[in-house]
Ligand binder design. Structure first.
Ligand code: SF4
Ligand code: SF4
Length: 444
């Protein structure tokens, strides 16, 4: 039964809906003691998971049963922020069947939903450096992913995504949309932007990516589309290129160490010291020859706290670490940091960043809309399905231009012997365009 379920999840193209997009069939093939359902939703302005718990808990529970059976987990914990009282009440009132789950109420801090932070908060365990929760017998899975797991086991391929559209738009909403829906279409569905010059982010303000709204479309991992004024610090930081970030680090780092003292991975005992990196930037030490001296960059989880919260002069250790990770990979240098015996910093509990203070610091406290879930049917005439919207190799098209497809038809497959995910048509229509990056399906 469980291997059949995993096959169905693979066939349906389910990947982690809350972040990187790790293929769920691989995650649920592991044997673990504990499953943590990640309902933390710690990034500001995203309102998906709490609403899914309130509206679709039955479905999430079905997915949870499949996940527990596949992994053999004996303990199941649903973790969400205590402040989301509506979702907490729905969970507390839920009539649990044969599978029992516990509820863990998280504080309102960032990044409560980071997998390693979450594991520590909920179980007290510390995931090894460079490791994943599986290393300590735990699978962390997102609320929406579980709903997709339940649909997959019912034979429904993944074609829809829950997306919050928030920020500088007239009516923020959370939609259920076909994967591949153009971003501009969603902004229009919210009554348009309230400012003329804006940046658009796919994801949360801290870890999301700045995207071109004229060409970008919803992927399997798009949790939010944020429209923010061009003058907002989040947009400014994400627009700075790496050479500008390096020059700024060389010129104005105060060596105050705040970036390290508040870094969530450092606080879990990892050998990650963003202030040390910034000091070395001052001495201009990064060259192709000594890139291997920066392999600790692999320990950075891109949470963005050092970039958008900790640094008083708006420097970005995160962007330098990101750059280094790419260069290290190009040089064929793997992460050598795998220490297991880690000790939590004694001040960790006092250094958790309160979410309301973060919201103010990144100048987003005026956008507090709940972005209610809209049940309006979203009709799009064209979708763009990216071939990479998951961890692993790009999917390989199995259709050709002119083919007619129905919603749910397989259009791109996992390459042989690779980690990846299948992609299905999200609307009925004709294959209009195929490139090495995406497939376009049009109704017309
Ligand atoms: S982004 Fe900054 S704060 Fe976050 S893990 Fe990386 S170095 Fe630490
Ligand atoms: S917080 Fe900013 S100024 Fe202070 S050490 Fe880090 S990068 Fe330098």
């Amino acid at each position: 039964m469980s291997s059949d379920s995993v096959d169905l999840i693979k066939s349906a193209g389910v990947v982690g809906a809350g972040g990187a997009g790790f293929p769920t069939h691989v995650k649920l093939s592991a044997k673990v003691d504990t499953i943590i359902v990640n309902g933390a939703e710690c990034e500001p302005l995203i309102n998906v998971d709490r609403q899914l718990i309130e509206k679709y808990l039955d479905k999430m529970y079905e997915g949870l049963k499949v996940a527990a059976q596949s992994t053999g987990a004996k303990r199941v914990i649903v973790a969400l922020k205590e402040k989301n009282k509506g979702a907490v009440k729905v969970l507390e009132d839920f009539k649990q069947g044969s599978l029992k789950f516990e509820i863990f109420k998280l504080g309102n801090f960032y990044p409560a939903g980071d997998e390693q932070v979450l594991v520590n908060e909920v179980t007290g365990k510390i995931v090894p450096e460079g490791g994943i929760p599986l290393n300590v017998g735990i699978v962390v899975i997102n609320v929406e992913t579980l709903i997709n797991v339940a649909n997959a086991v019912e034979g429904r391929n993944l074609t829809r995504k829950f997306v919050t559209v928030n920020g500088a738009v007239n009516t923020p909403k959370t939609f259920i949309v076909p994967i591949g829906t153009p971003v501009l279409f969603l902004i229009e569905a919210c009554g348009g932007a309230t400012v003329s010059d804006y940046g658009v982010i796919d994801g949360g303000p801290m870890t999301g990516k700045l995207v071109n709204p004229n060409v970008h479309a919803v992927t399997k991992t798009t949790k939010a589309i944020l429209v923010l004024p061009e003058t907002n610090i989040v947009v400014i930081q994400k627009k700075r290129d790496i050479s500008k970030q390096m020059k700024r680090a060389q010129a104005i780092c105060l060596s105050c160490r705040m970036c390290t003292d508040l870094c969530p991975r450092y606080l879990l005992g990892h050998d990650l010291f963003p202030d040390e990196l910034m000091k070395r930037m001052y001495k201009r030490e990064i060259t192709a020859e000594d890139i291997s001296n920066f392999d600790y960059a692999y320990l950075c989880c891109d949470c963005g706290l050092c970039e958008l919260y900790s640094c008083v002069v708006d420097l970005s250790a995160r962007s330098l670490f990101h750059y280094l990770k790419v260069e290290l990979a190009k040089a064929g240098i793997k992460n050598p940091h795998h220490r297991e015996a880690l000790t939590e910093n004694e001040f960790r509990n006092f250094r958790k960043v309160p979410a309301p203070r973060l919201l103010k610091r990144i100048e987003l406290d005026e956008y507090t809309s709940h972005a209610d879930l809209s049940y309006d049917e979203i009709e799009v005439n064209e979708v763009k399905l990216f071939l990479t919207q998951h961890v692993g190799a790009p999917s390989v098209p199995v259709v050709k231009i002119g083919d007619m497809v129905k919603e749910g038809t397989l259009v791109a497959d996992i390459p042989a012997d690779k980690l990846g995910s299948k992609i299905h048509a999200s609307i009925d229509g004709k294959i209009k365009e195929i490139t090495d990056k995406y497939i376009v399906i049009s109704k017309n």
